[in-house]
Ligand binder design. Structure first.
Ligand code: SF4
Length: 765
């Protein structure tokens, strides 16, 4: 830890170089911003700060407070523009200075500004899902506590702890002890908290260090300081400090660098991008966040300084070797630990806006939904300049991809890094995956002509993500319980074969009345209709249950199924092969080891199978990596997997989402990366990567075909499981529909057998 004396006498270039090392070590090359709207609930304030143009006299305002309708109108505009945060900015306790404010509050049934603020925060989160961040100044503990159930984070600039600053004359709420007490109370209440310093308002560098050290000490006590804003003073017309000099650029850079060095490394550091003409020095000084950027509202505190367009911010960020990512008003480490940091009432709103890393969902697309996916692969990949300070060009993602180019196998850490790709890094990952696809699987886009037969939706298991099953204890969300007669299965196979299907895919719930022989009877029913159609059937759970109910070893049971005509097993029931996640998603289902053992045994008796992953509900990327590594290890052992099939979680009608305990599936970026990273991680082991068009939609499928995918799966007459969960992409695809997906890519569409024999494949392959 550098002393104040060291910090005060070190050359600026040394400080910034060190700050970058600390920043990169703690936060990598990711720079965040929060897409938000500003809601100036009241511009009245009892303080008279010398630099402020935000606060107005009552005579200059139409109304002391925004009405609920006005608040909602701003929030709704933000919602439509893709914002996640509603930043409530307001003056401090105006009712103590202006009778008109006290009268307005009383007339509307509120005892204080904070009480009205809490009501408006609740309104916004309930009506729009935007996450309120309250910036209400120096509050007492009980006021912070009132706001905690309706906000995802709160904030208050400490500004400066220097006593007697002219800038704060006439501002009782800027009294240092008062503000420190607020910071401390927020920590005691476990509120994710934003604070900061205002540089250039007359304090000295020694004062600034003292302020930063006080913030650091409070954070060490409570862990609640999520970010520190280092803001530069700019004089504004009509204020007492109109003639004061603006904060010199070097003073801002110095303050950012020493903030990075004084604060614990995990605290994020922000400089507002609209208050500096040149953004590069801010990044070079150690920031990792641009703060709130609004596509809808002005910066009401600095109305003369417009927000940079998002593209400008992205270009500046990427030009310096960083990637830009949208975040929520609270940072990931807080969002991913809701029991500690969030009131119960705010946990689902935060989860609902989150991606798997606890950052903000970056588009409205969700799997199975009708919204178009964002175009992630268009536009050139910018040439990376080496980052200042000598960091590797391309950052951690670039390093992993360089290793892949050298033939290195990616492990859990590298896979997690690839899943963190943003912006142009996504295009880089996709390019590497697509190159591997071309070399491993060629240019043909394959599909199998098949029919799904889900013979029952009655199930004794209680998988919390499953909207398909009906049981005595399930939420009976869609459709009635059914069990197909064996004759009906035979009829459907006859019909499928007549339509040209080469495969039937059979899976269903675990009916309480099934014995192990049931699955043999299903195979007989299929074979009665066709001696050649490929039978792709029974999940690891079904065969494990069948063996258990038959009281025979799994190998013997699988041999019986094989001898009765079974050819391959679907990889479903894998969900996420990480027992921590299975304990949440499907606690009574087979474990990771049991799933792996079922497939190992199937491969040993000559049955092949595939790997699926159902992702995007409750888990984080490390679980995806564990899943991939575990299945790759089994493939190394048996060679029995034919393909990897990512299945994005379709959330709409699932019990776990309706119980407000899951995200709304992966983001499109995550879904695309799952296919691309799968291609990279399984290279040399599993040759085929399949997209589920039911979940990804036509346009989404087209994009992932450019990111390592070579297979479109089946034509799937009668797809029921995703539809039960709310997917809208239809129950079947004709060959002409598949052609429409593939045609713009200039690659041939080729029918295959289940085992990937192409064109003219034997139906029984
Ligand atoms: S996922 Fe399968 S095992 Fe689980 S409840 Fe649904 S049908 Fe039953």
């Amino acid at each position: 830890m550098l002393s104040d004396a060291d910090l005060l006498r070190s050359p600026l270039s040394d400080l910034t170089a060190l700050a970058r090392v600390v920043r990169d070590g703690a936060h990598g090359r990711r720079v965040t911003f929060s897409p938000k709207v500003f809601i100036p609930l009241t511009m009245l304030c009892r303080d008279r700060c010398g630099y402020c143009t935000f606060a107005k006299a009552p005579a200059r305002l139409e109304s002391p407070y925004l009405t609920p309708e006005e608040v909602l109108a701003v929030a709704r505009a933000g919602q439509e523009a893709g914002c996640h945060e509603a930043l409530f900015t307001l003056g401090e306790r105006p009712e103590l200075r202006y009778p008109v404010a006290a009268e307005w509050l009383a007339a509307h049934g509120y005892g204080s500004t904070v009480e009205y603020l809490a009501a408006m925060c609740r309104l916004v989160v309930e009506e729009t899902g935007l996450l309120p961040h309250a910036n209400a100044g120096a509050l007492f503990a009980e006021e912070l506590a009132v706001l905690r159930p309706v906000t995802a984070s709160q904030g208050m600039m400490l500004e400066s702890l220097a006593e007697g600053l002219a800038a704060h004359r006439g501002a009782p709420d800027k009294e240092p002890a008062r503000r420190l007490a607020t910071l401390e109370a927020a920590g005691e209440l476990a509120i994710p908290f934003t604070t900061g310093i205002l540089v250039g308002i007359g304090d000295t560098r020694t004062d600034q260090l003292a302020t930063l050290r006080a913030i650091a000490a409070s954070h060490v006590r409570h862990g609640h300081v999520q970010e520190v804003i280092v803001q530069n003073f700019l004089p504004k017309r009509g204020t007492a400090m109109a003639k004061a000099a603006p904060c010199p650029a070097d003073d801002l850079v110095w303050a950012i660098a020493v903030a990075r060095l004084v604060l614990p490394a995990e605290v994020h550091l922000q400089a507002p991008p609209n208050l500096s003409d040149d953004l590069a020095p801010l990044l070079e000084a150690g920031i990792d966040d641009w703060g709130g950027v609004s596509p809808v509202t002005a910066d009401h505190v600095n109305p003369e300084r417009a927000w940079p367009a998002l593209e400008v911010l992205r270009e500046a960020t990427e030009a310096a070797g960083h990637t830009l990512a949208p975040r929520l008003t609270l940072y990931p480490s807080f969002a991913l630990d809701p029991a500690r940091w969030l009131d119960e009432a705010m946990r689902f709103p935060v989860l609902d806006a989150s991606d798997a890393e606890g950052l903000a969902r970056d588009a409205v697309w969700c799997s199975g939904g009708e919204e178009a996916p964002p175009a992630l692969l268009d536009g050139p990949v910018p040439v990376r300049v080496p980052a200042a300070g000598g960091a590797t060009a391309g950052g951690a993602v670039g390093e992993v991809l360089a290793g892949v180019a050298l033939g290195q196998e990616v492990g859990i850490a590298e896979i997690v890094t690839l899943f963190g790709a943003r912006g142009s890094d996504v295009r880089r990952v996709a390019e590497v995956a697509d190159d591997l696809r071309s070399r491993i699987a060629g240019d043909a886009v394959t599909y199998v002509h098949n029919r799904n037969i889900n013979y029952t939706n009655v199930c004794t298991f209680k998988c919390r993500f499953c909207a398909f099953s009906k049981g005595p204890l399930s939420l009976n969300l869609r459709g009635a319980p059914y069990l197909l007669e064996l004759d009906e299965i035979t009829r459907r196979v006859v019909e499928a074969e007549a339509e040209g299907a080469t495969e039937v895919c059979l899976q269903g719930g675990i009916h309480p009345n099934f014995d192990g022989d049931y699955y043999l009877h299903v195979l007989e029913a299929v074979r009665e209709a066709s001696t050649t159609i490929h039978i792709h059937a029974f999940t690891a759970l079904e065969v494990t249950e069948g063996a258990r109910r038959s009281e025979v070893p799994l190998a013997e049971y699988l041999t019986r199924l094989r001898d009765a005509g079974l050819k391959t097993l679907p990889g479903t029931a894998a969900e996420i092969l990480d027992d921590e996640v299975r304990a949440v998603l499907c606690p009574d289902k087979i474990s990771t080891d049991e799933w792996l053992e079922a497939h190992r045994t199937a491969h040993a008796v000559g049955l092949r199978s595939n790997v699926t992953i159902m992702f995007g509900s409750v888990e984080q990327p490390v679980s995806w990596a564990r899943h991939i590594v575990a299945t790759r290890a089994l493939q190394r052992e048996t060679g029995g997997f034919t393909e990897f099939v990512p299945l994005p979680f379709v959330h709409m009608a699932t019990p776990i989402y309706l119980q407000r305990r899951a995200r709304r599936g992966p983001t499109f970026r995550e879904a695309l990366l799952m296919h691309a990273v799968g291609r990279i991680a399984y290279a040399g082991y599993i040759d085929n990567i399949q997209v589920s068009w039911v979940k990804m939609g036509a346009e989404g499928s087209r994009q992932v075909l450019r990111a390592g995918v070579n297979d479109l799966g089946g034509t799937l007459m009668d797809e029921n499981i995703s539809r039960a969960a709310g997917a809208r992409h239809g129950q079947r695809m004709g060959v002409e529909d598949l052609e429409a997906i593939v045609a713009p890519l200039g690659r041939p569409l080729v029918q295959r057998s289940t085992l990937y024999a192409q064109a003219g494949a034997s139906a029984s392959a």
